[in-house]
Design a protein around this ligand. Structure first.
Ligand code: FCB
Length: 461
């Protein structure tokens, strides 16, 4: 077992121009990368999951791939960690696969499955990288059911406790859920993600049951972990805009803000469900639930990619559809580019939830990268977008937001859910045929930012 290594503070004092010095982050800022088990690990050695079922049902994802192998991270992570450590990356937000820990049913863990994470955590610590595990990152073991049912809440909390008992002596930073809003709305109402339901009621149930599972998991972790730990959670937070200024679209925007953003963050801080959503979710709420959910996390993780544009749509189960973003916005291969939305959301969280400790637990850019030349992938476009987002994050820090870290999505190219491998977000390229890893130029830019603890300008050529 490895002892936890304290992380050196960001004390770089190399000469920076006055402008660059103004772009520094706080001295205990954490520079990390993020990834998830379901998008990087193979199916080997774990039980069947909800995402396996979706792949099997559809035959394949949009690019013809499945999640059978992903990047085989559970075996090949030493190479990834080596490249990340060389770049000075300080923290790795990875996830634990619930179907690996409890493959066949409730009760004691599968020892071999849990040992995978035991080794992974030790390997990170050996490289001076702080492990930031996410406990629930969308992969549900087939036996555990789904979030329409209340029973899954305690199951998830029991699993969280098993992991905490195993890793709690070395892991201090814990993230309970990843983007429960994506799960509820994309998975239970929009059929895009597992379990691919198309029902408003299923989505409302999934909102509440994920919040409740999270409350129970916080309780279990707080009772189990030794002192010194910090427990947070993440939500995909997006400022919402109406596609047009019609009264219907404006109403749709308020509704999406309630269901996508507020229904997850408000109850965490004891504010209950937002007025527009409360009546819809009420049938699933039992006495005492809201107190359990109001855990006041040690930190809030925000995943941010872009704003969201919406319109009213009578033919959709929620009466709302994704709208057109303004045409002037630049696009990546997946999302449009809106750094100012990042500043906007950070300021809002600061103002509305009593200045919490905030981490950007994901942000990143999918780009069609060139082939490696001389051992490097030249991805200047990604660097330009990243520089813009880092500056937007720094602008919030400069206005007093307690922004404590940023995790780039993703460490390597990986399996982007329903999109398959077509969307490449990594700082490290993964060759689809050989799974060989090649650093991209953006990893070097990220390394420079880490060294200066600042949002540096993007190189021009
Ligand atoms: C986020 C997910 C992450 C990845 C990125 C691109 O919403 O949390 O797994 O898919 O989008």
């Amino acid at each position: 077992m490895m002892a936890t290594r304290a992380h050196p503070q960001n004390t770089d004092s190399s000469p920076l121009s006055e402008d660059t010095a103004a772009l520094r982050f706080c001295s205990d800022f954490v520079w990390g990368v993020a990834a998830s088990a379901a998008q990087t690990e193979s199916r080997n050695g774990r039980g069947p999951s909800n995402w396996d079922a979706l792949c099997n049902d559809r035959g394949a994802m949009l690019d013809g791939s499945t999640n059978a192998l992903c990047t085989q991270f559970e075996d090949l992570y030493p190479r990834d960690l080596e490249l990340l450590a060389q770049a000075g990356v300080q923290a790795f937000r990875f996830s634990i696969a619930w179907p690996r820990v409890q493959p066949d049913g409730p009760g004691p863990a599968n020892a071999a499955g849990l040992a995978v994470y035991d080794r992974m955590v030790d390997a990170m610590l050996e490289k001076g990288i702080t492990p930031w595990p996410t406990l629930f990152y969308w992969d549900v073991p087939a036996w555990a059911g789904d979030f329409r049912q209340r029973e899954i809440c305690q199951r998830l909390a029991d699993y969280a406790e098993i992991v905490a008992r195993k890793l709690g002596d070395r892991v201090q930073q814990w993230i309970v859920l990843n983007e429960p809003n994506s799960v509820a709305l994309r998975g239970y109402a929009a059929q895009v993600h597992a379990p691919a339901f198309n029902s408003a009621e299923a989505a409302y149930a999934a909102i509440h049951h994920q919040n409740l599972a999270q409350g129970l998991a916080f309780q279990a972790l707080r009772a189990t972990l030794p002192g010194g730990h910090r427990i947070g959670t993440t939500v995909n937070l997006q400022p919402v805009r109406a596609e047009t200024n019609s009264a219907q679209d404006e109403q749709a925007a308020r509704m999406v803000d309630a269901l996508w953003n507020r229904a997850f963050v408000d109850p965490l801080y004891g504010k209950g469900y937002p007025r527009l959503a409360a009546g819809l979710i009420a049938p699933y709420v039992a006495e005492g639930d809201m107190e359990l959910i109001a855990v006041k996390p040690d930190f809030l993780g925000m995943n941010y990619y872009s704003r969201i544009y919406v319109r009213q749509a009578a033919d959709h189960v929620l009466g709302i559809a994704q709208g057109q973003a303004p045409r002037h916005l630049a696009n990546t291969d997946y999302f449009h580019v809106e750094p100012d939305g990042l500043t906007e959301m950070l300021l809002r969280l600061h103002d509305e939830y009593d200045a919490p400790q905030l981490y950007i637990t994901e942000t990143g850019f999918a780009m069609p990268d060139p082939q490696p030349r001389d051992g490097v992938v030249d991805d200047l476009g990604r660097i330009a977008h990243l520089a813009g987002y880092l500056k937007a994050a720094q602008a919030a820090h400069a206005q007093g937001v307690h922004l404590k870290g940023l995790f780039y999505w993703s460490a390597t190219d990986n399996w982007e859910w329903a999109q398959g491998f077509a969307k490449r977000f990594g700082l490290i390229q993964v060759d689809r045929a050989t799974l060989a890893r090649t650093p991209k130029r953006s990893l070097g830019y990220f390394a420079d930012c880490i060294r200066h603890n600042a949002a540096l300008d993007a190189p021009q050529t």
